[in-house]
Write a protein that binds this ligand. Structure first.
Ligand code: ADP
Ligand code: MG
Length: 328
């Protein structure tokens, strides 16, 4: 059975297993860092802010979110100088990105630039090798956790190409996913579950008969994407990575999906919205836009950057790169 992330973790700890040592260690490390950051003088923080202004992604975020940069343990998904390889090919090449909770960040880029690779690495896909860099979720090292643990801690990935799960109905799939996030011994009440499920389905314009259909089996592109957003609505994660949620949607389906995502926006959810086209961003207005080319971030800015990109194209974005980013 698939996990809420859509694939089996390599190692599933038995129920009730004692957490491995590194979980405890990382928590202490977080506490240590919190104390040391509190003890930092304003001067040191100022210096750090000044240094961060040099990086393309930091520039865009610094204006609206200076608080986040002063306190590195604020609630955010933090990708730092990430390098990812598959086989002997490096796909993500020193990428940094910060998505605080409560904000929507759009990640744009031409096909093949490594956007889906980033999404899958965040979720813990076993095929991709992180060769250096860090990924922290609310200060905790995400890369140390198995995919199911990442999901339980509040990370969600909507796939660009959602898998079919024959024989497992949407109702059962979602119920199992929600149940697995509850503390041991707690039962999900069937009546509460169905009330919530139907409410969210209505929001996404989905017919109730969908609940008894097998996950994504024989679904149209639009239906698959709606099912992904339904999972997002039900699981209420802290951070959601939506990979090309607009692909394969006609304009009506796009509006419904955007309406669903917009209704889930709020202070407790950080969204990384991956898209190739500007079109989706007319309906889900992002707080920030980042452009990735050939595994690197080449530009970051406010929502207007998406329009500029639409007008001038990815070649223009490439020219703005701090280091040259050639398309492979
Ligand atoms: P994007 O989502 O931006 O279109 P991807 O992350 O899907 O880009 O792909 C980036 C590059 O990595 C492409 O050149 C692609 O062929 C390669 N790649 C991604 N996944 C794999 C894989 N599993 N095996 C081999 N190459 C891969
Ligand atoms: Mg992709």
């Amino acid at each position: 059975m698939a996990t809420p992330l859509g694939f089996e973790p390599r190692i599933t700890p038995p129920k009730g297993a004692v957490l491995p040592l590194h979980h405890g260690v990382s928590r202490f490390a977080i506490l240590d860092r919190r104390f040391s950051s509190k003890a930092q003088s304003t001067k040191t923080r100022g210096q750090r802010l000044h240094r961060m202004k040099g990086t393309p992604n930091a520039c865009s975020q610094i204006l609206g979110n200076s608080l986040y940069s002063q306190f590195p343990l604020m609630k955010e998904l933090n990708v730092e100088k990430l390098h990812v390889s598959i086989g002997d090919q490096e796909i993500v090449r020193g990428l940094s990105l910060r998505v605080p909770r409560g904000e929507v960040h759009a990640l744009m880029g031409p096909n093949g630039s490594g956007k889906s690779t980033l999404a899958k690495v965040l979720a813990g896909h076993p095929d991709y090798r992180v060769t250096s860099g860090k990924v922290l979720m609310d200060g905790e090292d995400l890369l140390e956790l198995e995919p199911d643990e990442r999901a339980r801690r509040g990370l969600f990935l909507a796939f660009q190409y959602p898998s079919e799960v024959p024989g497992v109905t949407i109702a059962n799939f979602l119920r199992a996913a929600m149940q697995s996030r509850l503390p041991e011994g707690e039962e999900l009440e069937a009546t509460d579950y169905y009330a919530k499920l139907y409410e969210k389905m209505e929001l996404l314009g989905m017919d109730r008969s969908f609940t008894s259909r097998a996950v994504n089996e024989g679904f149209s592109g639009g239906e698959k994407k709606r099912t992904e957003i339904l999972q997002l609505a039900m699981l209420e994660p802290k951070y959601a990575v939506l990979d090309e949620t607009d692909s394969g949607l006609d304009i009506d389906a796009l509006k419904t999906v955007a309406h669903g995502v917009n209704s889930l926006r709020g202070p407790d959810l950080g969204i990384l919205l991956i898209t190739h086209y500007q079109r989706l961003l007319n309906y889900i207005i992002p707080d920030y836009v980042h452009v990735m080319v050939a595994g690197r971030m080449v530009r970051s800015g406010r929502k207007e950057l998406a329009l500029e990109l639409e007008e001038r194209g990815y070649d223009w974005a490439r020219e703005g790169a701090v280091e040259p980013a050639f398309t492979r």
